[in-house]
Ligand binder design. Structure first.
Ligand code: DC
Length: 225
């Protein structure tokens, strides 16, 4: 039996890393929905579109093709979306475009179309609340800001990004506020989501915990069949 899994949580809480590992173990397809907001910001910036200009960003999306590889990797206009959207500009830009209601509507509709079948793990901010309200397993993954900033700073450091720890911390803090206070689909735990604090859990421990929750969910569903 295959189900759909929703993983939501704040920036740098490790959602994508965990979702990727889980997808491998369970033979599921992982879709990182944040990469769609990042790719939107990336293309808008490249085209000189102001990220607060909703009509122009939507118009751009009308002429943008999103696709996914069999493994769930995002393809925009025929090109695999990769490291070019993983930088401070796209961190901030994606948070900005994610506030726009009509941008969200477009991206959510694409996400819902590809998950009509089961067997997907989606990570984002509104998966359990908006994109997949019927997901059989919903995780709300949190971690203290300080821990998330340490992880993100280390990641940046390994990639040669010179941002200081304080800058990374401040950037995450302001994105937390923006993502959870925006009007449309703010970051919010779904009522039926399981909250998982990963502040002091390793990646392996987190994956193990969710795998256990997954097995319990499938067993429970099988009993009801
Ligand atoms: O998960 P991430 O850091 O790659 O996400 C980038 C931005 O996109 C983040 O600031 C919030 C937004 N986002 C969103 O609003 N809804 C989603 N489902 C995924 C991401």
């Amino acid at each position: 039996m295959k189900i759909n899994i929703a993983i939501d949580g704040p920036s740098a809480s490790g959602k994508s890393t965990i979702a990727k590992r889980l997808a491998k173990i369970l033979d599921y397809v992982h879709i990182d929905t944040g990469s769609m907001y990042r790719a939107t910001a990336y293309k808008a910036l490249k085209n000189g579109i102001h990220l607060d200009d909703e009509a122009s960003v939507v118009e751009m999306l009308d002429h943008t093709e999103f696709d996914f590889t069999a493994q769930g990797q995002l393809i925009m206009d025929g090109n695999l979306v990769g490291h070019e959207v993983r930088n401070t500009e796209c961190d901030r830009g994606s948070s900005q475009v994610s506030r726009l209601q009509n941008v969200r509507a477009k991206l959510v509709s694409i996400q819902q179309k590809i998950t009509l079948k089961k067997g997907f793990i989606l990570d984002g901010r509104d998966i359990g609340t908006v994109v997949l309200p019927d997901a059989e397993l919903k995780i709300f993954q949190v971690a203290f800001l300080l821990e998330r900033a340490k992880r993100r700073h280390q990641e940046f450091h390994e990639k040669g990004n010179p941002l200081s720890f304080d800058e990374v911390y401040e950037d995450l803090r302001s994105r937390d506020i923006a993502d959870s206070t925006r009007t449309y689909s703010p970051l919010k735990k779904a009522d039926d989501a399981i909250e998982l604090d990963t502040s002091f859990l390793s990646i392996d421990e987190t994956v193990e915990k969710i795998t256990q929750l997954y097995q319990e969910t499938v067993e429970r569903l099988n009993q009801h069949d």
